[in-house]
Design a protein around this ligand. Structure first.
Ligand SMILES: [Zn+2]
Length: 146
């Protein structure tokens, strides 16, 4: 009868785990345990972002439990934000370029998260989009008028 390499209790020929200490007895069992632990760790990491509180899904947890819509929104924000900054930088001598750069930066998701620090919870997406619109309008107006 084989014995457990960890606690030396005798284990059955076919046993995948030691009945005494739970140590895996085969390669497969060890891998399975690894995967299980990893999944658990990911779940813990995933829920700790939101303080484990699902009712807070729109506050700090938005990194962790991203819904499809939230993910699309974030991707869109990055594209629009960086796109605006790049375009604005090509216009730089013009006065309107600076509000445009601000607009592009304001809509980037990390900026929204930064607003959580002083305010307790991040500004709403609509607010960031509004900020973007205001800066972008100022920029475009300056580009057209100046
Ligand atoms: Zn054991």
């Amino acid at each position: 009868m084989p014995s457990c390499p960890r606690c030396e209790a005798s284990v059955g020929e076919e046993a995948r785990y030691c009945a005494q200490c739970g140590a895996p007895q085969t390669e497969d069992a060890a891998e399975e345990l690894d995967e299980y632990v990893q999944r658990q760790a990911e779940q813990v990491a995933g829920s700790s972002g939101g303080g484990g509180d699902t009712s807070e899904s729109d506050s700090f947890g938005d990194m962790a439990d991203l819904s499809d819509r939230e993910q699309l929104w974030r991707r869109g924000c990055y594209v629009v934000g960086y796109g605006t900054v790049v375009v604005a930088l090509t216009l730089v001598p013009a006065a309107g370029a600076f509000p445009l750069v601000l607009a592009g930066i304001a809509i980037l998701p990390p900026i929204r998260r930064l607003t959580a620090e002083p305010l307790g919870s991040p500004l709403k997406r609509e607010v960031m989009a509004g900020l973007y619109a205001i800066f972008a309008l100022i920029g475009v107006a300056l580009l057209v008028l100046v």
